[in-house]
Design a protein around this ligand. Sequence first.
Ligand SMILES: CC(C)(COP(=O)(O)OP(=O)(O)OC[C@H]1O[C@@H](n2cnc3c(N)ncnc32)[C@H](O)[C@@H]1OP(=O)(O)O)[C@@H](O)C(=O)NCCC(=O)NCCS
Length: 168
Amino acid sequence: MKARLTTVNDAEGVFNVQKMTWIDSYPNKKYGVKRKDIVERFADEKKFIANTRKKIEGYGKDICGWVVELDGKIVGFSATHKNKGKDLVGAIYVLPEYQGRGIGKILLQKVLDFLKKSKEVWLEVASYNKNAINFYEKSGFHIVPGTEGKHEIIKGKFIPTIEMKRDQ
Ligand SMILES: CC(C)(COP(=O)(O)OP(=O)(O)OC[C@H]1O[C@@H](n2cnc3c(N)ncnc32)[C@H](O)[C@@H]1OP(=O)(O)O)[C@@H](O)C(=O)NCCC(=O)NCCS
């Protein structure tokens, strides 16, 4: 199994992975995040896919992404970008039915290889997303205290976040 660079033709597949993993991972009773909120977030598929294409078109020195394609479909993707001077794991998403097969690890390795000259690699994760936090801890990241934040998923509805860091 191999990851390859994302191309503009992957935009729809990448969007699909993002939508399906969000629906699977982010609904949360305690924080009032409902499945329908996530569905609403991704309702304008055309706009999302067009935005994804634009991002992919911008790939270069500071921003890049990879996909794993199996059985002719995109089953996972990762991406990296810089934000406020931080080198970030922007995303790692693997379709639920393909998780636990080593795909996330391959996709994360692509990001780490791309950022091999960075002193530190950062990421932001939903603070209740224990699966992802465990995965990242296993990969050498640790939670940075005092980095709690929130991410607006639809107007007025937020997911609580925390940052993690890995010293290279
Ligand atoms: C988190 C995610 C990317 C991991 O990808 P994956 O393909 O399922 O993980 P892998 O099979 O590559 O696992 C890699 C390693 O992490 C470990 N791991 C994976 N999930 C784990 C978990 N929940 N708890 C502990 N360890 C875990 C595996 O055991 C494996 O260890 P090994 O290297 O010793 O074999 C994937 O489950 C996912 O897409 N989740 C939903 C979306 C999400 O939360 N993304 C992160 C957003 S910030």
